[in-house]
Design a protein around this ligand. Structure first.
Ligand SMILES: [Zn+2]
Ligand SMILES: [Zn+2]
Length: 440
């Protein structure tokens, strides 16, 4: 790469290479950034912390843990110490991939190296990154601990830290807790910002508290001198649609100029129609929007491919509609075994009038992606002789009622905590009960 550029008359030293590497990383051009990095190593340049941080931030923004790990290895080989900026990227990528164990290790490292907690501004960034990482990996209690430790070390909590804690509660649908933190923030005389409101409104929407959402958005101007933005209005529609108040949701969208042709908001409304079986309304809404928006919406809805996954150590096990898992046969057998154990304990799948015969239901239930992921996690625990108290599974779409019910039973019969992240929230199943109290 450098040869070509030199032929073009450019001259290279560590400084120009670093600048280029940083520029490629910022432009998210992985190919060029990696090439530049390799060229630098080949030429005997010693990339400094700035280069490594640029690469880490690039991999973090892409959610590529493997790439980030390669960089870390190289840093260790060449004796370049990671600073707080490096850790921010690493925690970010860890959260995006849902790697709780790895996250715990990273947390321990920043503490043992004296990088966190502390009074510096960068420590606050690390606090929000740690809270975000834990919340995304299924570690809400750990996130709460981080919040507490930050407060104890600093004697105060900044708006950004409050917001990230509210965002964590949002992922678990804990609307009341989010409101509690918000109240604390206001009581301290701090001024919530745009992100605080987005997190809070999301929490209330997931918790099915649409009236609270309406109240808060309605009072933003008067109480906080802040004009609600697109994302805030969108939350209102989402909250109403989530709660099945579709007429109001549609009305709000029509009346609010800012979101009238906002595609993500429209998708929220349509999802609500789908969840509550109001297909005629959905069809009417779709007919009413401009053709271009319509196309965009269809693309948006179509692009979502279903998948569920879990981590075993550092191995990702993905269950999707497209590529069958290599150990599918064992997983299916394990799922059947689980199902039989549950049946013996008294579990029967909820048979709705449209449900097929029980046998069909059994087969179908075991074919659900989230069930396969749970079955694999339990299977691997046995294979590896590891007794873990919890199973963490992710799904990029909504969890179905049957799997939700079955997960409750698994938590009771197998004595495990099942943490299941669906597209927008966590369900934590313990002793036969779910944290969402069956409202989601
Ligand atoms: Zn299911
Ligand atoms: Zn639940």
């Amino acid at each position: 790469m450098l040869e070509e550029m030199e032929e073009g008359g450019m001259e290279f030293n560590l400084f120009t290479c670093t600048s280029l590497l940083v520029a490629y990383s910022k432009a998210r051009d992985v190919e060029k950034a990696e090439k530049m990095w390799r060229s630098m190593l080949e030429r005997g340049f010693r990339p400094d912390l700035k280069c490594y941080n640029a690469l880490l931030s690039l991999y973090s923004s892409l959610g590529e843990l493997n790439g980030a790990e390669k960089v870390v290895e190289e840093m260790e080989r060449s004796g370049v110490e990671r600073d707080r900026v490096s850790w921010l990227s690493l925690l970010g990528v860890c959260g995006r991939r849902g790697r709780l164990e790895e996250g715990v290790r990273m947390h321990e490292k920043v503490v043992s190296r004296g990088l966190w907690p502390g009074r510096e501004k960068e420590c606050t960034y690390l606090t929000t990154a740690l809270i975000g990482m834990y919340a995304s990996c299924g570690g809400l209690e750990e996130a709460e601990k981080v919040f507490k430790v930050h407060f104890e070390a600093k004697g105060e909590v900044e708006v950004s830290v409050y917001s990230s804690m509210i965002g964590a509660y949002a992922q678990y649908g804990l609307g009341e807790k989010a409101l509690g933190v918000f109240g604390e923030l206001c009581a301290k005389g701090l001024r919530p910002d745009v992100f605080t409101f987005s997190s809070l409104l999301t929490a209330l929407s997931v918790a099915l508290l649409p009236d609270k959402v309406l109240e808060i958005v309605g009072g933003m101007e008067k109480n906080f001198g802040m004009t609600p933005r697109v994302s805030h209005h969108s939350c209102v529609v989402d909250a109403l649609a989530n709660a099945g108040r579709l007429e109001e949701a549609e009305d709000y969208m029509r009346k609010t100029e800012l979101i009238r042709s906002d595609v993500p908001t429209l998708v929220c409304l349509l999802m609500g129609c789908k969840n509550y079986g109001e297909y005629e309304r959905a069809a009417r809404i779709l007919r009413g929007v401009r053709e271009m928006v319509d196309l965009e919406v269809r693309k948006f809805l179509k692009e979502k491919k279903g998948g569920a996954w879990t981590w075993v150590g550092s191995n990702l096990h993905w269950f999707g509609e497209e590529n069958p898992h290599p150990e599918m046969e064992n997983v299916s057998n394990k799922a059947l075994e689980i199902f039989n154990t549950l049946s013996n304990a008294g579990y029967t799948p909820q048979a709705s009038p449209q449900s097929p015969k029980e046998e069909m239901l059994e087969k179908e239930l075991c074919g659900h992606l989230e069930m396969q992921a749970i079955a694999l996690a339990l299977m691997k625990m046995e294979e590896m002789g590891e007794v873990k108290e919890q199973v963490v599974v992710f799904k990029n779409m909504s969890v179905c009622v049957d799997c939700h019910e079955a997960s409750k039973w698994i938590s009771k019969v197998f004595g495990k905590t099942i943490k299941l992240k669906e597209s927008r929230r966590w369900h934590v199943f313990k002793d036969g009960v779910c944290s969402c109290s069956d409202c989601w």
